[in-house]
Design a protein around this ligand. Structure first.
Ligand code: COA
Length: 152
């Protein structure tokens, strides 16, 4: 039977374009999840918590520091995209972060990632840009765009 780490890795391995080297490996995810300030949520095709990890098609991972939650990773299997799974994950995640007393969510995105639309729809705004932050990728380097959203 699949556990949550297996489900995250199953999705990770197919969701991220290898050209950009953004996917984490199993050890990075496992080590991160063993820390008390790191959180994850899984989603089934409806965006809800899956009955079993096998039914997960998306996940989100974050890390809380003081009163800010950093969104580390969000991914949905290619065949499940475009149906609001990531939107539902972000909404569930925001609710939980708020319940933990967090005031702000922030995240960093490679410039040009179409996920920008998702973040803007969900009330994030651009607060910064780091030039040439992502070195990998055949057509890079790319800037990192920082987004934030107040949730308190
Ligand atoms: C980004 C990602 C999680 C979005 O998942 P999703 O379930 O398809 O997102 P949603 O269906 O909730 O999309 C919300 C909106 O953003 C748009 N959008 C999100 N990701 C998009 C993409 N890759 N390409 C085009 N549009 C995208 C959707 O069209 C939708 O807009 P609409 O309401 O006008 O149709 C998914 O594309 C993914 O796993 N990408 C690879 C991993 C990645 O890059 N993660 C983000 C790192 S910063």
């Amino acid at each position: 039977m699949e556990d949550a780490l297996d489900a995250i890795m199953r999705i990770m391995e197919r969701a991220f374009d290898p050209a950009y080297g953004e996917a984490w490996n199993r050890r990075q995810v496992g080590d991160s999840l063993s820390l008390r300030n790191t959180h994850f949520l899984l989603a089934d095709r409806t965006g809800r918590e899956p009955a079993k990890p096998e039914e997960a098609v998306g996940f989100i991972m974050s890390r809380g520091v003081v009163d800010e939650e950093e969104l580390l990773l969000i991914a949905v299997l290619p065949e499940a995209r475009g149906h609001g799974v990531a939107t539902a994950l972000l909404q569930r995640f925001t609710k939980k972060a708020r319940a933990r007393g967090m005031c702000r969510i922030f995240l960093e995105m490679r410039d040009g990632n179409p996920a920008e639309k998702l973040y803007l729809q969900q009330g994030f705004s651009t607060i910064g840009r780091r030039r040439n932050y992502y070195k990998s990728g055949s057509d890079g380097p790319f800037d990192a765009i920082t987004f934030a959203r107040m949730i308190a």
